[in-house]
Design a protein around this ligand. Sequence first.
Ligand code: ZN
Length: 587
Amino acid sequence: MAGLIPEDILEDILSRVDIVEVISGYIPLKRAGRNLKACCPFHHEKTPSFMVSPDRQIYHCFGCGESGNAFKFLMRFERMEFPEAVEALGKKTGVILPRVDTYENKATGITTQLYKINELAADFYSNNLDSGEAGLKAKDYLLKRGMTQETISALKLGFASDKWDSLINYLRSKSISLNILEKAGLIINKEGGGYYDRFRNRIIFPIFEIKGRVLGFGARVLDESLPKYINSPETNVYTKGKNLYGLNLARDAIRDNDFVAVVEGYLDFILPFQEGLKSIVASLGTALTVEQARLLKRYTHNVVMVYDADSAGELAALRSLDIFIEEEIDVKVVSLPKGFDPDSFVRKNGIDSFKERIEKAQSLFDYKLGILKTRYNMKEIESKAKVSTLMLETINKFKNAVLKSEYIKKLAQELGLNEEALLEEIKKVKTNKPYQDTNVSLERKPLNINPTEKLLMSLMLEENSLINRIKESIEPADFEDERISKIVSIMFGLLEEGKEVRPHLLMHHLGDDISQVVCESVFMPQSLSLEHKERVVDDCVMRLKSKKVKSRREKLHQEIKAAQNLGDEEKLSRLLEEFHCLIKKKW
Ligand SMILES: [Zn+2]
């Protein structure tokens, strides 16, 4: 896991960082005895089963099994790669890291290379705005749309000329291979061989991730030609629907205001943001994904969706809002007057008028019902039934039973229907999800470990002196569970080297599934004196040994029988001797 970063540096960082401080920067932690707890950020739950240990410097979720140290938390929560997590915590703790390789280095991962190339491309496009006739014309176009130079720089907007090979030539001059340029999605393979630039004669919008690295690009024409927008294809660093445009600039404001406005496109974001609505992001698509909802949830639980009049009525967009309810995020909706999008609305009416609209946003319930009422003839019974079914789909997503029943009551009143009938109907609403939850495969289940072995593990992690005591009487191989046996052998090894065994340091030596065993063992409740712990250890060791002897005895018994049947006298006498030795032991 550690890779190229020296072990002592990792340990240095971990010994200075406080996991409680790291995690509580993202989710609220509540005291629970000597630990802290929270609702798990990695799976859905109502009662907290996510535990953080300040003493042991690790976290563990008893619901989904997610666990680890401070590095691991950042990797999972911020979706960082290991070196990034190390860098982040290194910075936080003031530990200086050895120089990391540049992108030319072959050992550097593809991810790092792609980020670097995207950055070079973004610089190239951005410089184009200040040179050449076409570039200056493009810049003029942006200024005329009301953007300031400051905004253009902050978003690193750029221009791709109409030449077929200007980016290729520029990046080739930096000795970047065509192969990697293709992987970055910046160039396209020609049918007859060779390559050409993907983006030509377009305004370029770099798409940034949360820390400001360039993931990919969106590109818009300057006139009315089609397609209006083209985007980077999916690459190793860019996945559609997993990011939010502008979040890198808006995150602090979103957290401070505890609110975010979500618009659709690049331009919808830019003007409102420039004019002073700082808690805003663009979804870069009409329907929101669950990943985007979860991304927002890190900063706020209050979302206002802003739709153009055109896309406001789209059922796909409406349905995607149910995601917020499932994620227990409060969602409201605004749709702008016909003919307006956020960009044109702000240009025409000013930011205050836009903010006012947002303040008057409707609840999802009212908004959806309003849309459905305009689509169906509410005088017909069949239409009412259809509308009630569509509304119940949304209501059914509420996890809170009180909310569910109150909304059913409200729906009954609004549609003039019988509440009992709606209660009957909601039972029939399918609970299948309208979207794919891609995180499911990452979640782990609690482990199945022999309780005696687990107890021993947990005691060894509590007191280093107990490891020595155990080492005197048993070997790693005596543990039945292979994972524990591996952990124990690492602990024995560390102790021999004169190192301290601490759970959060142990992690580097272990794979994910094995470190889960460590984390789970750490949170076993114990408040015993050292003397008492020693007695428990001795008892556990004895139990393990006697179990081992018993199974050896059974095995010998069978081997003896087999030898007797075969008439193998020599083997028989050897086995019998071993058998007598075994039963003499007083286990
Ligand atoms: Zn969990």
